[in-house]
Design a protein around this ligand. Structure first.
Ligand SMILES: [Zn+2]
Length: 275
């Protein structure tokens, strides 16, 4: 990618009319933008395979007339990241992260740090060296930090005791407080129990850059419990059952036969509006 590139990632593709596609892009310089690719489905030559989901491209857009979508004029494919479309697990994670960002990003509001995180995570997922579930821990925690929604994992939300001083046994995360609880303090809402090792892992990850985080080895328990917690926490804050998460979980169940931890997201939504 050279300096003249203004990269954007394809987060969503929707068929429109008989011939067109509407794309939702995450542009490094412009944030979320929607654009129409005219005749993309009519003529194979027009954009020939350069508008695939999760690829990184340089779009040239026309200035929109008022109330209309910008029209995609030309596209230069920068990185196809084709492994994200041929492997079910990788496709599941890429679709889940995209759905979170499509929902959370505001139209035409640049988020360069979030763009950088998302691009790094997709490249990692495509590369095949990193474990996809570890990348999803890093991606979700990074998103929550940049969105100002970080879960409080270091001290008790009731009395302020540090994580290391809490009694042995499972640690509860209190959704109402947005923090963990020690063994003594009472919750004010629904709780999510986790092993102390999982909470320590997530807390450690919150303070680390992605390079150090990707070098770390995680226990199977920390990965599975950490994902179950973060997926529930993101849904709680964004007030949404993510369609892609249902797909991801069904694929993951085949890979991890023992992975049965699933949250009732409807419950999260009730809690969000009730407390
Ligand atoms: Zn306490």
């Amino acid at each position: 990618m050279d300096m003249a590139d203004d990269p954007a990632i394809v987060m969503r593709r929707v068929e429109y009319g008989d011939y067109d596609l509407i794309l939702t892009l995450f542009s490094r310089s412009r944030g979320r933008i929607s654009a129409i690719a005219k005749n993309a489905r009519k003529s194979r030559r027009r954009f020939s395979g350069r508008l695939e989901l999760f690829s990184i491209l340089h779009p040239e857009l026309s200035l929109p007339k008022s109330g209309a979508l910008p029209v995609l004029q030309e596209v230069r494919l920068l990185e196809p990241l084709e492994n994200l479309r041929t492997d079910f697990i990788r496709m599941g994670y890429a679709a889940y992260w995209s759905e979170i960002l499509c929902l959370w990003l505001e139209e035409a509001a640049p988020q360069p740090k979030l763009y950088g995180l998302f691009q790094e995570m997709l490249r990692g997922l495509h590369g095949g060296v990193d474990s996809p579930d570890v990348l999803s821990l890093i991606c979700q925690l990074g998103f929550l930090t940049l969105a100002g929604l970080s879960p409080g994992l270091d001290t008790c939300g009731g009395c302020g005791a540090a994580l290391g001083e809490t009694r042995a046994g499972r640690i509860r995360f209190d959704y109402g407080r947005g923090r963990i609880l020690c063994g003594t303090c009472a919750p004010i809402s629904r709780v999510h129990p986790m092993a102390p090792g999982t909470v320590k892992t997530l807390s450690w990850l919150q303070g680390k850059d992605t390079v150090s985080a990707r070098r770390m080895q995680f226990s199977r328990e920390a990965r599975q419990e950490g994902l179950a917690f973060l997926e529930s926490f993101v849904a709680f804050h964004l007030g949404r059952d993510f369609r892609s998460l249902k797909y991801l979980r069904s694929v993951r169940r085949d890979v991890w036969p023992g992975f049965a931890v699933e949250e009732g997201l409807g419950e999260c939504r009730l809690l969000r509006h009730g407390v």
